[in-house]
Design a protein around this ligand. Structure first.
Ligand code: NAD
Length: 476
């Protein structure tokens, strides 16, 4: 395994002034390397480099920027196998999923490369003759990005590719727990010809970095993916310094199976979706609500599906679920299940750690979980699925909407009436009915309520990195 994940500052790969931190393999708990940690001098160099790069990169034509980004996407695809291996070693997910994440991330770069060429302004008819009024959409400035460990490459790529496509340099703090795959992602941009200072990669103590970068003068935009408490804190900091901010925070997604749903299709999707990445997905379904007519059948099928999953080390043949990414998630699952059980929940399957090496937790299904259990009001972010019956769809939708989070919502139903009731009634940034249809590069990804604001992906995602500059010119 590689030794120390380096940072990229002003075009130079380097160590950090604050030493290093260990990187662990979550399947074993063993140290597999280290990551460089930035101090303030490192961050100052990154800020200076990004500020200087803004002057040049924002003036590179959108056409040229697009060509460089497309090259980065091609490099990423060609290196997907190796980068996927790094990701599985440091994050734990099954290798095919890790490689798939890298391939999908290349699509995100291609999208940003193309969409960056379509940032149009407009001509506004003037009241006076000989006056031209043009509203331009111009790059906003240096971006500070903070990306998490659950999808090390695909979370970081949305921030980097979006910023670069729109003409903004970025200083991105990638996750210290999964740094190696992020290093290789950033290397693709550097190798593709992105000039020095346009992408700066740093690691360090997250709070120290965000508190230093967000107020810094060159930084004009913050983009963060992570937990709601941290998002609120960074949002406050951004507001205090009048910086634009995109927050992609947690969720607690309902999954509704209506009376007229195709239950087999719902089941087939539900199990895979719930336990993908060991449930450590912000848009993971986490509250299953099933019409009483299908409840027992759904619970039985779900339990069978959960028990049939092959859980293990991400490189082992046929493994469908790896370990949790870190010890904190393991402790969190144990606490969620203990709390629910103490309040009367029934553990239908799982509910325990697997083995005593690494951070494996069994796919878990709970029923009879009271609404005030922690699992029902806090984002589980792990492989635990509470299932409850309902008799009226209106009430189920009401219940689905009652939490302060509103990232994603999933539902199955067949009649036109049911589908429109679900589509209209569910309050979430992304609603997906009768299939999994969110998170592609061309569609907006983001939440409502405390799940955050702003979007990544889609034209909305590019909008985050540009601002309006109005120019009025009189011909004398
Ligand atoms: P956490 O709240 O400590 O950290 C979440 C993420 O934010 C991490 O990537 C971390 O490095 C970063 N972070 C923490 N404090 C920061 C700060 N002051 N400034 C900048 N970045 C900071 O929790 P955790 O144990 O790492 O993750 C668990 C929780 O985080 C989950 O319950 C889930 O809600 C959330 N999470 C969400 C996503 C997502 O995709 N939205 C991804 C990872 C974690």
């Amino acid at each position: 395994m590689v030794d120390c994940a380096q940072m990229l500052i002003a075009g130079e790969w380097c160590g950090g002034g604050a030493g290093t931190a260990d990187v662990l393999n979550p399947a074993t708990g063993a140290v597999i390397g280290a990551v460089a940690m930035a101090d303030r001098a490192d961050l100052d160099r990154a800020l200076d480099a990004a500020a200087a790069a803004f002057v040049t990169w924002s003036r590179v034509s959108a056409y040229e920027r697009s060509a460089i980004l497309r090259k980065a996407a091609d490099l990423l695809r060609s290196r997907a196998e190796a980068i996927g291996r790094l990701m599985t070693s440091e994050q734990g997910k099954p290798f095919p999923e890790a490689k798939g994440e890298v391939m999908g991330s290349a699509d995100h770069i291609d999208w940003a490369a193309e969409e960056g060429r379509r940032i149009y302004g407009r001509v506004i008819p003037s009241r006076a003759p000989n006056v031209s009024q043009i509203s331009h959409r111009v790059p906003l400035g240096v971006v500070a990005g903070f990306s998490p460990w659950n999808f090390p490459v695909s979370q970081a790529v949305r921030k980097i590719a979006g910023a670069l496509g729109a003409g903004c340099p970025i200083i991105v703090k990638c996750p210290e727990e999964t740094p190696f795959s992020c290093v290789e992602l950033v290397r693709c941009f550097a190798d593709a010809g992105v000039p020095a200072g346009v992408v700066n990669l740093v690691y360090g103590v997250p709070a120290d970095i965000s508190e230093y970068l967000i107020p810094a003068a060159p930084v004009r935009m913050i983009t963060f993916t992570g937990s709601i408490p941290v998002g609120k804190h960074l949002g406050e900091l951004a507001a205090r310094h009048v910086k634009r901010c995109t927050l992609e925070l947690g969720g607690h997604s309902p999954f509704i199976v209506a009376e007229d749903a195709n239950v087999d299709a719902a089941l087939a999707l539900a199990v895979g979706l719930k336990f993908r990445n060991a449930g450590q997905v912000c848009a993971s379904p986490s509250r299953f609500m099933v019409h009483e007519r299908h409840y027992e059948r759904f619970v039985d099928g779900f339990v069978k599906g959960a028990e049939a999953l092959k859980v293990g080390e991400g490189f082992a043949d046929g493994v469908q679920m790896g370990p949790l990414a870190n010890a904190r998630r393991l402790e969190a699952m144990e606490a969620f299940v203990a709390d629910a059980a103490a309040r009367g929940a029934t553990v239908r399957t799982g509910g325990r750690r697997i083995g005593n090496e690494g951070y494996f937790y069994a796919p878990t299904v709970l029923t009879d979980v009271p609404d005030d259990a922690r699992l029902m009001v806090e984002e589980p972010f792990g492989p635990v699925a509470p299932i409850a019956p309902f008799s009226s769809l209106e009430t189920a939708i009401e219940k689905a909407n009652q939490l302060p989070f509103a990232l994603a919502a999933f539902a199955f139903g067949s009649s036109q009436h049911t589908v429109s009731q679900l589509a209209d009634g569910l309050e979430a940034g992304m609603v997906s009915i009768n299939h999994f249809g969110i998170a592609s590069p061309e569609t907006p990804f983001g939440g409502m309520k405390e799940s955050g604001y702003g979007s990544e992906g889609g034209v909305e995602g590019m909008e985050a990195f540009v601002t309006t500059k109005f120019v009025s010119t009189a011909t004398l």
